[in-house]
Design a protein around this ligand. Structure first.
Ligand code: NDP
Ligand code: PYC
Length: 338
């Protein structure tokens, strides 16, 4: 069992903001990043909560990100919003693009935002859940760095390529899932390494193409997709929809762009929103009931819906007023304060 430190909820935001501004992010970037880290830590997402502050700091130290830049949002006609992050972090661009995306989704029934030229480190579910608060279904995806071998391959070509989806539910939390298309997220492998734990089988191969349980060998070799060729194909789709479709980099190109430096990958992001009312032939209530019947049939069997663990963690942490992180991470973050 790892030793942990308790951090009060208000202090999570203050800690993140202080670390980020001290490292050179302006207050707008710092606040959007801190809010994302807080949201993830509140739900006990250890791989993309406060732990990812380390990646944000490595990114600015690597010298390629502009932590002071203002993104430019433009109406690309009909249902497309373009958000040029201009070499900053994705989150500020997303924050500024969402109001126009909501407007367009209400107008056309379906709309998309394409973010270009962004560094990206974060979990995706807060962005789709935000849209479900508006009554929309939403999905988003991003490439990353080419750490992941395609099914049957021996070297990294694909990113860890997460996909998130959210569906609004009347009077309750949405149905949301968000996962990497690699068997493990990179962040999860990093946490295994920090904890000195072996990886389970089926997560990675070493640089000779042999299965490995060693996090160091995995990071030197290649990670594997989940679900064999199925996860691999989904991952390729994400490369295409959040890369060439929107005139941005694939995970291979992001890795080249990094020139061996550590930090967040650099690429684009696509997010699609669907206005349920405009697809349902005026029968929104009937179709809501259909969706609810589906969810009930799943949970009545004892199966759980994705995000139930997160929602329970959120309720518990809000109730007790603090989150827990490992002592090792706490010490690393303290060392980044002014
Ligand atoms: P996990 O494997 O931890 O979880 C994936 C999803 O599956 C969650 O929605 C989770 O819900 C759900 N789930 C887990 N177990 C069950 C179960 N038994 N039954 C039903 N649902 C279940 O995710 P990953 O480690 O793959 O990804 C973690 C985060 O990392 C994601 O938020 C992702 O966006 C982020 N990431 C970001 C990247 C980037 O480039 N920016 C790259 C890769 C990942 P619950 O949370 O409730 O358990
Ligand atoms: O955990 O795979 C990951 C990841 C990539 C970029 C940010 N997180």
């Amino acid at each position: 069992m790892q030793k942990t430190v308790e951090i009060e909820l208000d202090d999570v935001l203050t800690l993140a903001n202080n670390v980020l501004t001290h490292a050179g992010y302006d207050s707008a970037h710092a606040s959007s990043i801190a809010q994302m880290l807080y949201t993830c830590q509140l739900d006990d997402c250890q791989s993309h909560g406060l732990f990812r502050l380390l990646m944000c700091i490595e990114t600015i130290k690597a010298g390629k990100i502009d932590g002071q830049i203002t993104p430019v949002i433009s109406d690309a006609g009909k249902a497309i919003v373009k958000a040029d992050a201009r070499g900053g972090m994705s989150l500020l661009a997303m924050e500024k693009a969402v109001p126009l995306l909501i407007e367009k989704t209400r107008e056309f029934g379906i709309a998309a935002v394409a973010i270009n030229h962004c560094f990206h480190f974060s979990a995706l579910w807060p962005e789709v859940e935000r849209l479900s608060q508006e009554g929309f279904a939403a999905m988003t995806m991003v490439p990353s760095h080419s750490w992941v071998a395609p099914a049957g391959g021996t070297r990294g070509t694909l990113g860890t390529n997460p996909l998130a989806f959210s569906w609004p539910r009347q009077g309750g939390a949405p149905f949301t899932f968000d996962f990497a298309t690699s068997a493990f997220a990179r962040g999860e492998i990093e946490l295994y390494k920090r904890a000195g734990k072996p990886l389970p089988d089926g997560v990675a191969i070493d640089k000779y193409g042999k299965p490995t349980n060693d996090p160091d060998a995995a990071m030197e070799g290649a990670m594997l997709t989940f679900g064999s060729y199925k996860g691999s194909a989904l991952s390729i789709m994400i490369e295409l929809l959040a890369g060439p479709l929107i005139d941005d980099l694939t995970s291979l190109e992001s890795m080249e762009f990094a020139e061996g430096k550590s930090g967040a990958p650099y690429h684009g992001q696509i997010l699609l929103a669907f206005d349920l009312g405009q697809f349902s032939n005026g029968e929104l209530a009937r179709n809501d009931a259909r969706a609810e019947r589906l969810f009930a049939d799943i949970t009545e069997q004892g199966a759980r819906l994705p995000s139930q663990r997160r929602f329970a963690a959120r309720a518990r942490n809000l109730e007790r007023g603090y989150v827990e992180i490992s002592v090792g991470l706490y010490e690393d973050l303290q060392a980044l304060l002014p």
